[in-house]
Design a protein around this ligand. Structure first.
Ligand SMILES: Nc1ncnc2c1ncn2[C@@H]1O[C@H](COP(=O)(O)OP(=O)(O)OP(=O)(O)O)[C@@H](O)[C@H]1O
Ligand SMILES: O=P(O)(O)OC[C@@]1(O)O[C@H](CO)[C@@H](O)[C@@H]1O
Length: 304
């Protein structure tokens, strides 16, 4: 079974307008809300790709109820811990650029965390656990790493998509896959990455420290896939960008969906690029038909 974990889900409130003027009243042309949070997006895309999974994490209040009800209405299985405070609302402002304001989110106390850990007891050999998104400041930075340790003896494979220390602390537990974007890779090493070759050098450093596979996503440029042995680049297909929120999460779901079917990490990488771009080309997350259509066009080249 696949489990996703979202510590800090959200309602993603997207507003579209031609331009935004700070310090003034702006009026949107169009707005909509969707459930959000990285693990939840991964669950939704897996579900679209007909891959069963269970969404774990923490929700609270009327906003949390919206998230849970929406997922259930789409046929997803959830097993959340309920918090007293409201789930956050993240604002996505779409003009010619995409600007995001992600809220800090509700606190999680020790009791909530214990309740969550009990839910992890059901994981077993062969399961995948996806730890995705920001972990609230009220929790220790090694929370993801501690979760991995609890699951390690059961042979659960972990996929991690987060930033900075929360990510680097997971390396000692040998995550199966990491999915930083270029900006996140830069901030892990506190450097500016010039080109693909340099990105590969830094991805390899994460491999040396324990990661098994890494996808470095580069928005409209495409993505790199780096393992111990090889590095590949895949260019993103051309299309009209509608909303890239969740494109990275779609890559994680796409990779896993194809890897489970084929055990071929390169096919899985190509499928992940197709899924990321299919989401970028639609307002909501990608559908299976959209991914399959783009998959036919994806090529890659070996870098070394
Ligand atoms: N403008 C675009 N055109 C084509 N493909 C795109 C575009 N933007 C994103 N993608 C696809 O989506 C993948 C992931 O994009 P990106 O690097 O923006 O992820 P991310 O920053 O993790 O996104 P998020 O955090 O919103 O999920 C890219 O590797 C690419 O395949
Ligand atoms: O604040 P975090 O947890 O880093 O990111 C949260 C978030 O931006 O990630 C998803 C897109 O990847 C959105 O649905 C959501 O709003």
């Amino acid at each position: 079974m696949i489990y996703t974990v979202t510590f800090n889900p959200a309602i993603d409130y997207t507003v579209e307008l031609d331009k935004i003027s700070l310090g003034e009243t702006n009026r949107s042309k169009y707005s909509y809300i969707l459930p959000g949070g990285k693990g939840i997006n991964v669950s939704r895309v897996l579900n679209n790709l007909d891959i069963g999974n269970i969404a774990l994490g923490f929700v609270g209040g009327f906003t949390g109820k919206f998230v849970e009800d929406y997922l259930k209405a789409q046929g997803l299985v959830t097993d959340f811990v309920y918090l007293e405070e409201d789930t956050r609302i993240n604002v996505k402002i779409k003009t010619t650029d995409e600007t995001e304001i992600n809220a800090s989110g509700p606190n999680i106390n020790e009791k909530d965390l214990e309740e969550f850990y009990k839910k992890l007891n059901r994981l077993k050999q062969g399961d995948y656990l996806i730890l995705a998104g920001n972990v609230q400041d009220s929790l220790p930075r090694d929370t993801y790493s501690n979760i991995q340790k609890r699951c390690a003896s059961k042979g659960v494979k972990t996929i991690v998509d987060t930033t900075r220390e929360a990510l680097t602390l997971t390396l000692e537990n040998k995550p199966f896959l990491l999915k930083p974007n270029l900006h996140e890779l830069e901030s892990i090493f506190d450097i500016k990455i010039r080109d693909k070759s340099q990105a590969i050098i830094y991805a390899k450093k994460l491999i040396e420290k324990g990661a098994q596979n890494i996808i470095v996503s580069m928005g409209g440029e495409g993505a790199l896939f780096v393992s111990k042995e090889k590095a590949y680049f895949s260019q993103a297909p051309q299309g009209i960008l509608k909303n890239s929120v969740g494109a990275g999460d779609s890559m994680v779901a796409g990779f896993l969906a194809k890897f489970i079917e084929s055990e071929d990490s390169l096919e899985a990488f190509k499928y992940s690029v197709a899924a990321g771009s299919a989401t970028a080309f639609s307002k909501d997350l990608c559908t299976k038909e959209e991914v399959e259509e783009l998959f036919k066009k994806i090529t890659f080249k070996e870098i070394f």
